[in-house]
Structure formats: C-alpha cells, structure tokens
Write a protein that binds this ligand. Sequence first.
Ligand code: GDP
Ligand code: MG
Length: 162
Amino acid sequence: MNPVIALVGRPNVGKSTLFNRLTRSRDALVADFPGLTRDRKYGNGALGDKTYTVIDTGGISGDEDGIDAAMAEQSLLAIDEADIVLFMVDARAGLIAADEAIANHLRVNQKKTWLVVNKTDGLEEHSAMADFWQLGLGDPHSIAAAHGRNVTALIDEVLAPF
Ligand code: GDP
Ligand code: MG
C-alpha cells in the first residue's frame, strides 16, 4: 500500500498547485475510485524508488461557527484516509484566524501532521515563517509549490518513515 498524503487547508493556499506538482510524474494517474466523492481528488506520484498517493481537497473554510461545522466533510474524510497530513498555509496572507481554527482540529488528530508554508517565493524566508510557529504544529516547512522550491526535500522527509 502506498503511503497516503492528504493536502488540507483554506481555499487558495495552493493545495491543487502542490497536488499537480506531486502527481506530475510519468506514472501519475488521477484515480477514478468508484463511489468516492468528486470533492476529493486522488493521484499517484513517485520520488526515487518510493511511490505515494496524494489526496487534494476543496479546502476548509475555518469558519468562526466552529471547526466541526466549518470543516468540509471531504477534508475530514481525507484526513481519515491519510497516513500523513500536509496542512498548508499561505505565507503571503500570513497567519489568519481560519488557520488557527483548522490547527486546533489538527492538533488533536492522531495523524502525523506537517505544517507547510506555501508561496514563500520572493519573500525573506525567516520572517515569512516566524508567525506560523504559533500554530503549535512544530517546525513550519517553507515551500513554493508553483515553482517547486523545497518540494522534493519536503516529500523526501515526509516519506522517510515509509
Ligand atoms: P487551493 O485553493 O488551495 O487548491 O489553491 P490553488 O492551488 O488553486 O492556488 C491558489 C492560487 O495561489 C493560484 O493563483 C496559484 O497560482 C497560487 N499559488 C500556488 N502556489 C503558489 C506559490 O508557490 N507561489 C505563489 N506566488 N503563488 C502560488
Ligand atoms: Mg484546489
């Protein structure tokens, strides 16, 4: 069984951009699993001799009404199906309340969760990352999904235990 990586976070943080990059390899195939909601998109990728499956989700709004209400069902299902959760935030938007609401949910989840700060291209990395430590999800990992910056290194690290 491939390790399964779920991409979660607010809309517009770059989840689909990362999904496309991670599933671009020759063997990538966006799976059409019967019975699965179209709100979760599945793809396969490879790095070195390891293969993995990625799940893209439509996003979690992080609404003030409470994370249980706000969290889109497909994101919860994707987390359930995953071995690894990549929680994506947007360096350009900075840390916003919606990210904190999602982080509160993820902290109590049993899945191994990585905090991924996207869109750090053209930003001074150290200061771009500083705020995100507050989320309490450990070391923020800087990437630029659109340009591929640090993406291979991140996936290599994420897949190390598998
Ligand atoms: P999603 O809603 O989380 O799936 O986000 P998308 O992948 O659709 O990306 C939202 C927007 O952010 C698009 O305009 C992307 O081109 C842009 N974007 C994604 N990754 C990067 C990045 O690394 N750097 C910059 N500057 N923009 C990015
Ligand atoms: Mg998307």
